[in-house]
Design a protein around this ligand. Sequence first.
Ligand code: F6R
Length: 367
Amino acid sequence: EKAGYDHFMLKEIYEQPKAYRDTMLGRIADDNKSVFLKELTMTAEYIKSIRKVHIVACGTAYHAGLVGKSVIESLARIPAENDVASEYRYRSPIITPDTLVIVVSQSGETADTLAALREAKRSGARVLAITNVVGSSVAREADDVIVTWAGPEIAVASTKAYTSQLIAFYLFGLHLAGVLGTQEQSAVEELIAGLHQLPEQVESILEQSAVLKQVAESISHHKSLFFIGRGVDYAVAQEGSLKLKEISYIHSEAYAAGELKHGTLALIEEGIPVIALITQEALYEKTLSNIKEVKARGAHVLGIANAGFETEAAKSVDELFTIPKTLPLLTPALSVLPLQLISYYASLALGHDVDKPRNLAKSVTVE
Ligand code: F6R
């Protein structure tokens, strides 16, 4: 059932091009000019009344929501906030009828996420669920559902569910933009063209897994490392760090690149690996200056940059992994791939049970 792969996680990493295609299927107009989520029951009138969005989830799904916030704010210009589901109810969130609450859950059974959904409904908000399981509790109780068509995810570490959640956010952001008229038609078409290119671009990253295996093997000798980035790169850094901790048991922290000098820089010592995401053109110079700060303290930096910046970036890092060029907002759907593979190969190098890491369960049904 692993279809020739050594582990479910690797199989699921390689299923991502298909998961992207399946999640987009039937949701983009044939002329590639608009996105239409026919499954949504929310009306255009309702969409026009949304004043804020709360995105609530746990773990990896929470990290997908961090990207989702950027997507919704930039495409629909509606303010969005992220909450970890286990914190949401207890901070007396201000949920009003013009709040759209989006819960993100692969399994659709996570207890904290389900509790947050119920709290949101009690407060009179509409709830949209992004989930991978059609008949799940979250899907049944939400007002609207966007199903991610990633297929069953068996490995405890989430990979294809995360990236399908990103696709769902891109589609929903474009759906909102279509109703609200917040984007130029040309920008919408550019994003749709960018979405269509992603599966092949993912394939081209997967073809370079041998390089990432080497990186992972050298990382596996270290006790601690850092992931840094700005903007959506910071969101992806957090996911990369979680994935590595979860299956390789190597300690790591994800930092907004500009925050390092406010304390964490004290931990940078000779030889420590730093994985720097450098995919955002507008933030490029700033991130490079943060890379210089860690390099000056002896860090060994692996840069993950967009094709187009690679010549410049190469000068500032010790090693460079290039991802194909896409629109800034879409980069997380590519830049997370090398991080997933590094985690996988680090876990493998250390002889851990990749698919069933210690202390963890696939579905967390206790609060
Ligand atoms: C990490 C991971 C977890 C889940 C989290 C939420 O790889 O899989 O962090 O993302 O437990 O699970 P769902 O999405 O099923 O609500």
